[in-house]
Design a protein around this ligand. Structure first.
Ligand code: NAD
Length: 369
């Protein structure tokens, strides 16, 4: 039976439109070769939207996003908009989208493909087969807590203030996301905070423990101080399956875990809210103005983000598996964009990488027939 899904595609700025063109190829391929069909809305965000609508996310675009099953974004930003006022900057469009849709859970997988094992700064034996998922709380904590600001103390001194706050409902809802995801993976959650020195961390630990006992006792749970987690990620990253943590620690730990995999051009992400709201899927990288319009961008981070959309928002995990297998195959064939180029491999452009992926998907299909 055909399943129709509505997707909003927001290419954004810089290399965004180039990598998004490769998503359109995949959408066409899925439409022709699987029971999935798609209704596409294409719109602008970031600098492109500012140039067109005078704001980085228009109300109409937001409503289109809200009415979709998933949103796929490229990237926003670039030097062209550096002097635009703060609340009209490209990044403000993305922040508004996350806030309006209450996307409180940020999922950042750190996956090491065998073919790219040498791109990691750690030894191959430490990162081989690595597959970690970091679940970061995205809408609370010290980045949003009140009071905040810089106050003049009147004696030649100033004081900067930020406040870390978490309520039980915020901890429980992010905890639920992490435990649910762990059940579909290797069934282990590591919860990170600083319960030894922060009351918000103590509450986090207590609430996660209660949630685990009442709803998820079949999942393995361990608690770890965030600074120890930062160390363990470098010492023995394979001990982790799902890591759940707050906004600030998640910001740092997810960037650290990303570097275990080597390349920015390969890293996908998802931001999820309640089951009723659409998820937002985007590569971790920015708009890469230094390589924009040169055909050099690696589209795989966006393609892997699209695979996450199939899995988490469109209930089409088997097709996500297919795309991820095809990415692995293409890399194993030695086909590489410049950012992950290695000896004895063939360097390809953004479009050629997309074409190679489609060709590999066709080969998979023929084999299965
Ligand atoms: P960046 O991620 O755009 O680029 C960092 C480096 O990685 C550059 O050398 C770039 O060429 C390379 N790179 C990034 N993505 C690549 C890809 N797919 N293929 C090959 N190489 C790739 O970070 P930056 O240079 O610090 O920021 C550029 C702009 O992007 C800024 O305006 C920044 O604010 C914005 N930004 C946006 C997002 C987002 O949209 N979520 C995230 C980060 C940065």
């Amino acid at each position: 039976m055909t399943q129709n899904h509505t997707l909003t595609l927001l290419p954004g700025d810089g290399i965004g439109p180039e990598v998004m063109a490769e998503i359109e190829k995949l959408v066409d391929w899925l439409g022709e070769n699987t029971p999935l069909s798609f209704t596409l809305h294409r719109d602008d965000i970031g600098g492109a939207a500012y140039d067109k609508y005078g704001e980085p996310l228009s109300d109409e675009t937001l409503e289109k996003c809200r009415a979709s099953d998933a949103i796929i974004m490229g990237a926003v930003g670039g030097p062209k908009w550096d002097s635009v006022e703060y609340d009209k900057r490209p990044e403000a469009g993305l922040l508004r989208l996350r806030k309006e849709l209450e996307l409180f859970a940020n999922l950042r997988p750190a996956l090491v493909f065998d073919a790219l094992i040498d791109a990691s700064s750690l030894k191959p034996e430490i990162v081989k087969g690595l597959d970690i998922l970091i679940v970061r709380e995205l809408t609370g904590g010290v980045y949003f807590g009140q009071p905040r600001g810089i106050e003049d103390l009147g004696n030649g001194q100033r004081r900067g203030v930020n406040t870390q706050t978490y309520d039980t409902y915020e901890i429980e809802r992010i905890g639920r996301v992490a435990f649910d995801l762990a059940k579909k993976r290797r069934n282990k959650v590591t919860s990170c905070e600083k319960a030894n020195v922060m009351e918000s961390g103590k509450l986090w630990r207590e609430d996660i423990t209660k949630l685990h006992a009442s709803e998820f006792s079949d999942v393995e749970l361990e608690h770890m101080y965030a600074d120890n987690c930062a160390m363990q990620l470098l010492r023995e990253p394979s001990q982790f399956d799902v890591i759940v943590t707050d906004n600030l620690f998640g910001d740092i730990l997810s960037d650290e875990a990303a570097m275990l995999t080597g390349s920015l051009g390969m890293l996908p992400s998802a931001s999820l809210g309640t089951p009723e709201t659409p998820g937002l899927y985007e590569p971790v990288h920015g708009s890469a103005p230094d390589i924009a319009s040169q055909g050099k961008a690696n589209p795989l981070a966006t393609i892997l983000s699209f695979a996450m959309a199939l899995r988490y928002s469109l209930n089409a995990g088997e097709h996500a598996d297919k795309i991820e297998r095809a990415v692995q195959d293409v890399l194993n064939q030695g086909i590489r964009t410049a950012d992950v180029m290695a000896e004895n491999c063939q360097e390809v452009s953004t479009t050629e990488m997309g074409d190679a992926l489609i060709q590999t998907l066709n080969q998979q299909l023929q084999k299965a027939a």
